[in-house]
Design a protein around this ligand. Structure first.
Ligand code: TPP
Ligand code: MG
Length: 587
């Protein structure tokens, strides 16, 4: 529930703000907004995403001044739903919360999907929602609803802030609020990063002209606080039981390191950030269902949030398996059937466990998994053949080149085209599972919104990741961001293709596997019992949108790759601007 905290006077205030007003503005709303944004900049915030509206104009106009001075990167999006997901993507890539500004009413509600995803995936986000002042609430004023508490438990903090009226000390309140919002979003005290809401009432005059000048270089603060705090010694893992390490979404490299040091098989989902290393087991679905492999497991160490298979929760549910779940941050733990024995912020193999890892028996345990996985994958060699050159092709090779693209081919080709300096974003649905079931170890930064696995906001999230990765004098990446999505997922967020004139158009290639609807539902049990026409109408939801026209309407480059050879060239061509690559797939 939203809580009210006394923000006045509880914090030491800074000596300097990064800006000074050239002339007094004459609008308390503007003065408060300037003080608030200046403090966020001092704290390290770099990005502000806003959607247009009257009640939020003081914040919006102040933001343009901060942009002019190079203190904030301003992203304007007309749809708040996309704005929220853009902020999510920016934070995922940068580790810093982005500000999201919107007007009152349904505008606020449109932030809810991104807020939920940020909440469940523990990503910081700072919402500045403009509202009517107290005297205009509850009397059917236009565009007025109950905004405090609208996000319920999905926000770490909700402050309903009274409209500034020019009283002395209001800028100190703004500064204290910014600090509270920033540290709460970052989870500095709680180890629970996530979204926060400052619900800011404004009354007339809603803004005044403001001119700012920079007075000091903004301080640069570190990003997200480090995972395990020093106060939390890692939970020791002794040798003994036959162990596997599982890495779900957001696991990060710690899972791979543990598996390697302790000599345990590593089951790393494709968006785990741990899909590499000598102990990686790709064909884990098959092996977990096999008595000689899955049947032998006695202990499982889970990092992150596994969501892509049924086999992992089934393993945790087994009576003869002990599960330890590791999460450096967040308050809700992965706990299928409430069967997890131990939760830890960090774990470490004991010296003895590391020593045992070198023994013949221990090597045999991991080795068996890795070898079996390889031989299962080898059955697919025909599809996994490396990119060919066009010279000296045999007849068979030539035919393969002209063959229509399959999902497996698409998954392999996108993975092959991606490198550590690139970013790969995967939409929900079939294609992420296709990659998860087949691509081999490679240190590629991969992201997927698996907090709630929604098909919403995927274009915006990828745009945020692309923008943050290539921003600033020291870009986090010089590569290309690729997003692989299904057609329904693309169309769900089509509005996010709109990038305002003059704003950065990042190196983003959206690759859409177009099978004319949501084919993931074809694999459900219901597809074998319900009438095909009913399934089509309410689950598959057929679409025949002209994607080239869609891309062109939004000013995106468009390409189509129906065969393997055109796909290979489209994926290896340099991407200078936002591009939509359509890949037709059979249903
Ligand atoms: C916001 C939201 N609405 C609905 C769903 C349910 N859902 C999951 S996958 C899917 C269809 C996705 O179709 P597409 O993107 O074309 O992928 P395909 O399965 O065809 O590869 C839907 C509607 C969801 N995950 N999120
Ligand atoms: Mg589809």
């Amino acid at each position: 529930m939203p809580e009210t905290t006394d923000v006045s006077g509880s914090t030491t205030l800074p000596d300097t703000a990064p800006v000074r007003q050239v002339t007094p503005s004459g609008s308390p709303a503007t003065d408060f907004s300037v003080a608030l944004l200046a403090e966020f900049v001092s704290l390290g915030v770099r990005d502000i995403v806003l959607s247009p509206g009257s009640r939020s104009q003081a914040l919006a106009l102040a933001a343009t001044e901060f942009e002019r001075l190079g203190l904030l990167r301003l992203h304007v999006r007309i749809d708040e739903r996309g704005a929220g997901f853009l902020a999510l993507g920016l934070a995922i890539e940068s580790g810093l919360p982005a500000l999201v500004v919107c007007t009152s009413g349904t505008a606020v509600a449109n932030l809810h999907p991104a807020v939920l995803e940020a909440h469940h995936s523990v990503v910081p986000m700072i919402l500045l929602t403009a509202d009517r002042p107290a005297e205009l609430r509850g009397i059917r004023s236009n565009q007025t609803t109950v905004q405090p508490g609208i996000f319920a438990d999905a926000v770490r903090l909700c402050e309903d802030v009274a409209a500034p009226d020019g009283t002395v000390g209001e800028s100190d309140i703004a500064i204290a609020l910014a600090r509270l919002a920033y540290t709460t979003a970052q989870g500095t005290q709680t180890n629970n990063p996530g979204p926060v809401q400052l619900n800011l009432a404004f009354r007339e005059p809603l803004s005044a002209a403001v001119e700012l000048e920079a007075v000091a270089a903004a301080a640069s603060l570190p990003g997200r606080p480090d995972a395990a705090s020093a106060a939390d010694p890692p939970h020791p893992l002794p040798p003994g039981p036959r162990t596997v390490v599982v890495a779900g979404a957001g696991a990060g490299p710690a899972a791979e390191e543990l598996a390697r040091l302790a000599g345990w098989p590593l089951i790393a989902e494709v968006s785990s950030g741990a899909r590499f290393g000598p102990n990686l087991v790709v064909a884990y679905r098959e092996l977990l269902g096999d008595a000689d492999f899955g049947g032998q497991v006695q202990r499982v160490i889970v990092f992150g949030h596994p969501t892509l298979s049924r086999e992992i929760p089934a393993l945790v549910l087994r009576d003869d398996v002990e599960t330890i779940v590791v999460a450096p941050a967040g308050l809700e733990w992965y706990n299928p059937g409430h069967r997890v024995a131990k939760f830890a912020r960090a774990v470490a193999a004991t010296d003895e466990a590391v020593a045992v890892a070198g023994t013949h028996e221990a090597r045999a345990w991991a080795g068996r998994w890795v070898m079996a996985s390889r031989s299962i994958l080898a059955e697919d060699t025909e599809l996994d053949a490396p990119a060919f050159n066009t010279h000296g092709l045999s007849k068979a090779e030539f035919a393969a080149m002209k063959a229509p693209v399959t999902r497996a081919m698409l998954a392999d080709a996108v993975w092959r085209a991606s490198w550590p300096h690139d970013r790969l974003v995967l939409g929900a649905s079939r294609l992420i599972r296709e990659l998860d079931s087949r691509v081999t170890g490679k240190k590629i930064p991969v992201h997927a919104n698996r907090g709630l696995a929604g098909i919403d906001g995927t274009i915006a999230t990828a745009l945020g990741i692309a923008l943050a990765s290539q921003a600033g004098p020291h870009p986090l990446s010089t590569g290309t961001t690729r997003l692989l999505v299904g057609d329904v997922t693309l169309l769900h967020d089509a509005g996010s293709l709109l990038i305002a004139p003059g704003e950065v158009r990042p190196r983003l290639q959206v690759i859409v596997g177009n099978d004319g609807g949501g084919t993931i539902f074809d694999g459900l049990e219901v597809a074998t019992t319900a009438a095909p026409s009913a399934i089509d109408r309410v689950l598959f939801t057929p679409q025949q949108v002209d994607l080239e026209a869609l891309a062109t309407a939004y000013g995106w480059d468009y390409a189509r790759a129906a065969t393997r050879s055109t796909l290979e060239s489209a994926l290896t061509a340099p991407v200078a601007r936002p591009t939509l690559l359509e890949v037709p797939l059979a249903r």
